[in-house]
Design a protein around this ligand. Structure first.
Ligand code: 5AD
Ligand code: FES
Length: 356
């Protein structure tokens, strides 16, 4: 079957066989990409109209016990200047964010043991008490099921944990021996069962990734049915073992984005900062290829340069307000507009009844 036919088949059946995925991911050309983008964009319009949701990311600690080979804040990177925001600093980011129109706060950090369950549940309760109309998304890595349950009870609504790759052998080449693919998958299943709107995702073009591993990613996403999928190109960081590898391709990232939209019509799909870093118009292109979410940085400007997962990350010198204005203009060029809305996944509207 031709790539064009495979894309049409995916649109009809919402799945492909492993061989079909491999074929599609290896053989597509610009015309196929344009077809997938058009289908994906139309699906996004059917599902969300011309709305694009905004989430404010607060990168509240870059201290991490893990040593992922691709990541700039890995524990072996002695050049990374470490920081940890205080609860007061995080709450003042939320205050500024609320004023700017954010109704979702994404709390992201390295795996920092200081933020134990008690500390995190206190923080979540405070944010939910002050901003009952806002969603809290956590992106704080692998934890126990009991911990995830406590965070959910405290009122967290969503959780982002990229699976990074659904190919176990590939996972082992991206992570040190003490990290386990099975535990990551366990975390994702626990999060979903507990009731979080759960996001998985992967880098595109990470070292040793093949069409076969991307096919496994698509099959995993198809089966897991996440509420959100985070996709961005791999970008090398100078102080990591992957410094010498090339960045992932914009075209492949956009194509995969479109395929995810076609496969899961109602999924929340961000045009990521990494996509905006490898291409000055990457986020606009992402929206044109089916993305419906943007996640501008709400972290204080003095720490932004320290949360460097990869080289040349954009928006590290800009104030939150500047990024919002910039993104509003950018979104308008795509014919869409930013809305003030929590932007929940449709299967989960106010599923977390702990706080309403
Ligand atoms: N390039 C692109 N994305 C990266 N991430 C970490 N390091 C890099 C990199 N060098 C992504 C991972 C992680 C998310 C928070 O950032 O997928 O899950
Ligand atoms: Fe940050 Fe454009 S989005 S400056």
């Amino acid at each position: 079957m031709k790539c064009r036919e495979l894309i049409e088949k995916l649109d009809k059946q919402k799945s492909l066989s492993h061989e079909e995925w491999v074929r599609l991911i290896s053989d597509f050309d610009d015309e196929d990409r344009a077809l997938a983008a058009e289908l994906a964009r139309n699906i996004a319009t059917q599902m969300f109209g011309n709305k694009v949701y905004f989430r404010g990311i607060i990168e509240f600690s870059n201290i991490c016990k893990n040593d992922c080979l691709y990541c700039g804040i890995r524990c072996s990177n002695k050049n990374a200047e470490r920081y940890r925001l205080t609860v007061e600093e995080i709450l003042s980011c939320c205050q500024e964010g609320y004023r700017l129109g954010f109704r979702t706060f994404v709390l992201q950090s390295g795996e920092d043991g200081y933020w134990n369950d008690g500390m995190l549940t206190d923080l979540i309760s405070k944010i939910k008490a002050q901003y009952p109309d806002c969603a809290v998304t956590l992106s704080v890595g692998e934890r126990s099921r009991e911990s995830y349950e406590a965070l959910f009870r405290a009122g967290a609504d969503r959780y982002l944990l990229r699976h990074e790759t659904a190919d176990k052998a590939h996972y082992c080449r991206l992570h040190p021996e003490n990290m386990s693919f099975d535990n990551r998958m366990r975390c994702l299943r626990d999060l979903k069962e507990i009731g979080f709107q759960t996001g998985c995702g992967m880098m595109i073009g990470s070292p040793f990734q093949t069409a076969d591993s991307l096919a496994l990613d698509m099959e995993f996403i198809c089966e897991f049915k996440p509420a959100m999928v985070g996709l961005g190109p791999f970008i090398p960081h100078n102080d990591t073992p992957f410094a010498g590898y090339g960045a992932g391709s914009v075209e492949l990232t956009l194509f995969i984005l479109s395929l995810v939209r076609i496969m899961l019509p109602d999924v929340l799909l961000p045009a990521t900062t990494a996509l905006g870093t490898v291409d000055a118009l990457g986020r606009e292109k992402g929206i044109m290829a089916g993305a419906n979410v943007l996640m501008p940085n709400l972290s204080p400007t003095d720490v932004r340069k320290k949360y460097m997962l990869y080289d040349n990350k954009i928006c590290t010198g800009d104030e939150a307000a500047q990024c919002i204005e910039c993104l509003k203009r950018r979104v308008l060029t795509t014919g869409r507009e930013i809305v003030i809305d929590r932007g929940d996944h449709k299967n989960y509207k106010h599923k977390n009844k702990n706080f309403k």
